[in-house]
Structures are given as C-alpha cells and as structure tokens.
Design a protein around this ligand. Structure first.
Ligand SMILES: Cc1cc2nc3c(=O)[nH]c(=O)nc-3n(C[C@H](O)[C@H](O)[C@H](O)COP(=O)(O)OP(=O)(O)OC[C@H]3O[C@@H](n4cnc5c(N)ncnc54)[C@H](O)[C@@H]3O)c2cc1C
Length: 362
C-alpha cells in the first residue's frame, strides 16, 4: 500500500519508476485492514503525526477523485465523519480528556472533534439501536472510510497507467550503492539499477534498510477482525471497531496483540470482539459471522511513521507506517513530491528514526 501510493505519485511526476514487490504469501497488511481514513486521536503525544494525519485526511477527497477518474475504479470512499463509542460515564470522560489533550497539541489548527451525548449520537445513527451502556461518542469531523482492496487495486492500476512498471514475485534481496549510478537492487531473477531507492516493504523493510545504513527496528502487531453477512444499512459512518461496508457487511474489530509473526485467529479474540460489538449494537447478535482473519501491523518503536534518507548512502529512503490507508493521499502526494526532489525537507524531520536514538550508519 505504501510503496504503491509512492510509486503512483512519482509516476505522476513523469519519473521512471520500477516497483519490485514480494510474493503473495508475504505478510501484507494492505490486503487485510479495516479501511479507515482516520484522524481523531492519531498522534496523541506526537503532534507531527497528528498534523500529518489531518493533512492526509484533507487531501483524501482530491486524491480519491483523481485515482477514480484515472482508473475508473470506485473506491467506496466516504467522508461523513467517524465515531469512537463511549461506554459508561467514565469512558465518556476519559475520551473527552484525551481528545482535549490531543486538540491542544496543535493550537494553530481548528478543532476537528466533538463529544456527542447519546441523544445527538442517536440522531447521527438513526437506524442503530444502541446498547443501554452507550452514553455517547466522540465524533471526528474529517474521518472517513474506504474499501482498502479497491484502493490497492486502483493504485496498482493507476501507477501502470502513469507508466510505472510493477514486478510481482520479485523480492529485493540485496541493495548496493553503485559509484556514479545510484543503486543496484538484486532479486532472484535479475539486477536493476536506479538513481534512487525507496524501501517501503512493510515488515520486510528492516533487512533491506540495514543494507543502506538505515537501522529501523520494526515489530509485528497482530490485528484480528470479524465480518458479518450483508445487513440492511445500520451505520452511515465508520466507528471505532465497527464499520459497515458499502456492500452491507459489518466489520468488527480489532485486536492489538504482541504475538510476533503469528497469523492465527483465536476464539478468545472472536468472543471478546463480538461481546464488545454487542455492547454497542445488541441487534448484531442476529447476524451471521462469515469470516475472521488476522493480519500484522507494521509497528515502529513508538508506533509513529518513519520517513528517512540514509546519511551514509544519500538517495536511499525508507517509508514505514501503520496507517497506510489514511496516509495514502500523503504518500501519493506530498511525500512522493519530496522524493521526486530527492529531499525530504524540514517538515518530515520529526519522522526520522533518530528519534529512537538508533545509529543511522551502517
Ligand atoms: C488488522 C489491521 C487493520 C488495519 N486497519 C487500518 C485502517 O483502518 N486504516 C489504516 O490507515 N491502516 C490500517 N492498517 C494498516 C495498513 O493496512 C498498513 O499501514 C498498510 O497496509 C501498510 O502497507 P505497507 O505497504 O507498508 O505494508 P504491507 O501492506 O504489509 O506490504 C508490504 C509489501 O512489501 C512486500 N515486500 C516485503 N519484502 C519485500 C522485499 N524484500 N522486496 C520487495 N517487496 C517486499 C510485500 O510483498 C508486500 O507487498 C491496518 C492494519 C492491520 C493489520
């Protein structure tokens, strides 16, 4: 998702772009995520990430329009705001305090969240019969959602239409600097040269980045989710942990589990997610579950994105994050423009991994 968005943006600037992608059985968060374009609460404790998420959400409508216009693929993107449910008075208070702190991190930006009491909430979701303990929700004005599979398909289609080349089953194994020519990247089937290299290989990035002097530890974090059969419209906007897709299925999530590279699904998680969802929408009890899956998030040490250029091998960049759907508009837009200039610029300095005090030289 990250690499495809960057490639789409670079190709749009007339750059010659080659994407070396791994195999279908690689870990691919892009194919199993929740599809939120989400701002509220993002970057709590790290204002640059809040600014970035807000910027990305602002750019999403134009990004979606352009991508659909170029490819003919509808993304099912909607930006009607998003809700984080509050269960019990204490839950409501805690959410209000957290979002107040969060809004205060960027006093120069207008507020983009508000707290809703239950009567206001009921007006926003009239078809939903809420559980008795739901006291309200926080409402993120700029939040939205999209079909992530259609987004990925459109990016792949769009980057090819813009002239980029995508090689699947072509995992990069070695990256070397080549005097005067930039870089040579080896795969099992060949060797490719390029003036610049951008490593955006999700959980496969650590090893590649080390080869160009970028030492960025990553950890997988498992997320499980459930999907129901198609239902009549209940939720006109996405919410924390429950989202109704354009087709009518309801996605219920999400776990955050530190279990290493383990893609198993568990009944414990299914039971917990179901019970949380029924607390909010008791009528979901009548819905049949049709799928459960697990996927791995790409987590940096502090959970915030990393965008960096190698000090020892300029021209080699890395792009890593765990909200590649939300940030897709930024990756295809401002980030790819910066990469096109081979200069990340001051605005992205806070996202350098030197914030972890990790050595940046090989
Ligand atoms: C359960 C879950 C829910 C999520 N929900 C949301 C959400 O609602 N909103 C949101 O914004 N984000 C969400 N995310 C995160 C989002 O899915 C990821 O941020 C996004 O997919 C990351 O994309 P990526 O390209 O970095 O990594 P991936 O999608 O994992 O892709 C990595 C790619 O790199 C390739 N690769 C690996 N090694 C190599 C190599 N050596 N050479 C070449 N290619 C290689 C792989 O084949 C793969 O194609 C969620 C994630 C999970 C797990």
């Amino acid at each position: 998702m990250v690499g495809a968005a960057i490639a789409y943006g670079l190709a749009g600037q007339g750059k010659r772009v080659l994407i070396l992608d791994g195999a279908d059985d690689d870990y691919r968060a892009a194919k199993a995520n929740f599809g939120l374009v989400w701002v509220q609460g993002k970057g709590h404790g790290f204002a640059p990430y809040q600014r970035l998420s807000r910027l990305a959400a602002e750019h999403w409508p134009e990004f979606a329009d352009t991508l659909t216009h170029e490819t003919g693929i509808a993304l099912d993107y909607e930006r009607n705001g998003g809700l984080t449910w509050c269960v019990g008075e204490q839950g409501w208070q805690a959410r209000q305090e957290r979002l107040e702190e969060w809004e205060q991190q960027v006093p120069d930006l207008p507020a983009c969240t508000e707290m809703l009491e239950r009567p206001q909430l009921e007006k926003l979701v009239p078809a939903a019969r809420l559980g008795p303990d739901v006291v309200g929700a926080s409402y993120g004005v700029t939040d939205g959602h999209v079909n992530p599979l259609k987004l990925l398909k459109a990016l792949h289609c769009g980057l090819k239409l813009r002239g980029a080349e995508l090689l699947s089953n072509s995992a990069a194994t070695h990256i070397q600097q080549v005097e005067g020519k930039g870089f040579a990247v080896a795969t099992a089937d060949g060797r490719f040269e390029a003036g610049q290299v951008v490593i955006a290989a999700g959980l496969g990035s650590t090893n590649l980045a080390q080869q160009v002097g970028l030492d960025i530890p990553l950890r997988p974090q498992r997320g499980q989710l459930l999907v129901t059969e198609r239902l009549a419209p209940i939720l006109p906007l996405p919410t924390s942990g429950i989202r109704q897709t354009a087709e009518g299925t309801v996605m219920i999530g999400l776990t955050q589990e530190e279990v290493g590279f383990d893609l198993s699904t568990t009944t414990t998680a299914a039971a917990r997610m179901s019970s949380n969802a029924l607390e909010i929408l008791p009528e979901l009890a009548a819905a049949r579950l049709v799928r459960q899956w697990a996927c791995l998030r790409i987590m940096t040490a502090d959970g915030n994105p990393v965008y960096a250029e190698s000090d020892s091998m300029p021209g080699a960049f890395v792009a890593l994050c765990h909200s590649g759907v939300t940030l897709a508009s930024f990756h295809a837009g401002l980030l790819s423009q910066a990469l096109g200039r081979a200069e990340l610029g001051n605005d992205l300095t806070p996202f350098h991994h030197r914030r972890f005090n990790v050595s940046t030289t090989a």
